[in-house]
Design a protein around this ligand. Sequence first.
Ligand code: KG4
Ligand code: ZN
Length: 368
Amino acid sequence: MRILAIETSCDETAISILEAKDGSFNVLSHVVHSQIDMHREYGGVFPTVAKREHGKNLVPVLTEALEKAGLYQEKKQEVPKEIEEILSKNPDLQSSFYTKAVNIDKPNIDRIAVTNGPGLEPALWAGISFAKALSLMWNIEVYPVNHMEGHIASVLLSGNIEFPALALLVSGGHTELVLANSWGDYKIIGKTLDDAAGEAFDKVARLLDLPYPGGPEISKLAKVHREKVAESNDFKLPRPMIGSDDLNFSFSGIKTAVRYALQDIEITNEVREKMAREFEDAVTEVFIKKVQMALDEYPVKTFILAGGVSANTYLKRNLKDSIQDIEFITPESNLSTDNATMIALAAYISPNKSKEIVAKGNLRVDEN
Ligand code: KG4
Ligand code: ZN
């Protein structure tokens, strides 16, 4: 089974081609085109800018993915009339489709998968329209994939998931604890009541005059400080909801505390390093505590840490050390942040839920 997957839920235009055979996987190509430079100017992602960029990038990214997989061939072909209507709301995509994509011969793939939510709706629609157009041109079926389920499936290249499993999904838009009884059977047992963890990293980075996305920047500075100074420092941030008896999170208070702490001081490199470390410590402590509570309440066989923030080595290492007796799996580093390989994996492993493919910005992981 060969799957071509498309991911455009936020600011990465990603296409992967995955071959799955008897439960083992071979990634034939994995292309991620980041729009970060574009969004950096604004300090975040604007949906209409993201949509336009996906429109421009999808065809070149597809070409690269097919070439890398050795599946690129050109051929002049008849293009079904309906495609014009499908692409009509995305002029950039429409123009590159008609100049370039129409000459790409049907590759040897069995299925097209596309993220249908959650995410920025205009951005999601770019990927969905493209998937539908390719599906019509090549006569290959399209499967919708939930982006958060994609993050869960991203660990499949690192190990096996034994169910029941507990997943901590931490990204720029989400922070949730998900109990998975099997593929497609999920229950959200805890979530953030305000900002997502990645969003908090990004906002704190902004307060420290660091570029977007903030996660990698904060993590670099925190590491520098830990290497210089053994013990913690004089900044003290709250650990929101660490004592609450539920499994929910709150991160907006930490960000506000950072803002106050920085109010009357000059932001030097030393301040950045200290604050980055204290912030990373605070977030890590909260996650360790809540994960422990969740594991006490729900005995599972596997713990999964996934989503963009799972790229954070400090969080990864400390969470791993805090968990005994059960398998700990997290994605390989190139599968932590958004990519299409995880979408292909989810499309392969999880039962297909719906035939109707529409963008759903707020799609939940437990929605059928
Ligand atoms: O999963 P993802 O790529 O996109 C969403 O689905 O939201 O996650 C992106 C988030 C951003 O907020 C980014 O700052 C954060 O992941 N991130 C990190 C690190 N690398 C990326 N956060 C903390 N430490 C990192 N090393
Ligand atoms: Zn994501």
